[in-house]
Design a protein around this ligand. Structure first.
Ligand SMILES: [Zn+2]
Length: 379
């Protein structure tokens, strides 16, 4: 089947301006499984966009050889709204400047609307039920009013992905190692993905709770399951967020490395024909997302790190000092910040200037920590 390229218009941000989303499709339209990949939803996180660019040519060649088992939908730049977020030549891609929040939050639970669409259509045929649920979810996305430009973008991305069997959302940290958010209920199925990518932190979390993009389908499926407890309903799609190091870790060598890792995963699971290589050894055991410590700056200042991303850190160890450079007393100038978790220091903000209350670094840990009792803007 020929490679198809779609150009989807987005809501205009103002008179005289147009934006659009470019979508690449490979494989037989409507074939299963449907695999959806997107990158740069946080528009200043570009490693994944290059990874997908590498995969485009490989997918095109495999498609021409009839080697794809399923339909592949690829969106290398998922956020044209955020890509245009420039202030005085600084690019900010995490939040909508018009006020509609973090681009990777506020995806609605469409399950309740889908339940109305499903009505009395379910049978005791699991496959038929999956088709009915997929259509109800697509219809529910179409019904979502999604006011404003950022929500219309969210709606467009959901419309492309909500009926997928696999969703790969490619992100990165400010500075960090390769790590992955993994659905707790799926583990260890597909855990080889973390091994292929060389992840040294694997964050297990409940995808049925939350408003991030990767949660959208699982939350809806959870709602649908609760509404129809007496019907056979397949598992929710496999959705994962891949964190491909830091914002500056962008280049063809790294992209080719990560694209090759994803390709090995796809071949091993039969989505692409080829000789499968064995599952790689995992470089770490998974830890709960709730076990990660978000280190918070108690004072304003300049961050001086004692440890680097990838380092093993024990609870109580000082990870960084917040320095007030105008304080003459060397010791008084420094406010040490220790990790509450024992694990891997897996990410930090690129800026070395922090304000009080700001989360600036993360350390994984196997013991769950109390949830924060205050809003953390940087999430
Ligand atoms: Zn992100």
């Amino acid at each position: 089947m020929a490679h198809r390229i779609e150009t989807i218009p987005l809501l205009s941000p103002g008179p005289g301006s147009e934006r659009h989303l470019v979508v690449h499709r490979f494989g037989e339209p409507g074939a299963r499984p449907k695999l959806y990949f997107q990158a740069a939803l946080h528009a200043d996180e570009l490693p994944g966009s290059l990874v997908l660019n590498h995969m485009l040519s490989w997918l095109k060649a495999a498609d021409e050889e009839g080697e794809l088992n399923g339909e592949f939908v690829i969106v290398p730049l998922a956020n044209p709204v955020g890509l245009a977020n420039r202030i005085l030549n600084y690019h900010l891609g995490r939040f909508d400047l018009a006020g509609d929040g973090n681009f990777n939050r506020w995806y609605p639970d469409l399950g309740a609307v889908a339940v109305q669409g499903i009505g009395g259509l379910l049978t005791d045929d699991r496959e038929a039920n999956t088709r009915i649920i997929h259509q109800a979810l697509v219809d529910a996305v179409a019904e979502w009013p999604a006011p404003g430009e950022a929500n219309q973008l969210r709606k467009t991305l959901l419309g492309l992905s909500i009926d997928s069997d696999f969703v790969f959302d490619l992100h990165c940290h400010g500075e960090g190692i390769a790590y992955i958010y993994f659905p707790r209920h799926v583990w260890p199925l597909y855990s080889d993905l973390a091994g292929d990518l060389g992840c040294r932190t694997i964050l297990l979390h409940d995808v049925t709770d939350g408003t991030a993009f990767e949660n959208a389908a699982a939350v809806a499926w959870s709602t649908i399951r609760r509404a129809f407890p007496d019907h056979v309903i397949a598992d929710a799609p496999f959705t994962t967020t891949l964190e491909l190091r830091g914002q500056s870790d962008v280049g063809d060598d790294l992209a080719r490395h990560d694209a090759s890792a994803l390709w090995r995963f796809l071949v091993r699971h039969g989505f692409v024909a080829g000789d499968a290589v064995p599952s790689p050894d995992l470089l770490c055991q998974p830890t709960p997302l709730a076990g990660s410590d978000n280190l918070v700056a108690p004072v304003a200042g300049v961050v001086s790190y004692r440890r680097a991303p990838g380092d093993r850190v024990e609870a109580g160890a000082v990870v960084a000092d917040i320095v007030d450079p105008s304080e003459a007393d060397w010791h008084r100038a420094r406010t040490p910040v220790a990790s509450r978790a024992s694990g891997i220091f897996y990410g930090r903000r690129p800026s070395r200037l922090v304000r009080p209350g700001q989360s600036f670094a993360v350390v994984s840990g196997s013991e769950e920590l109390p949830p924060p009792d205050h809003p953390v803007l940087d999430w």
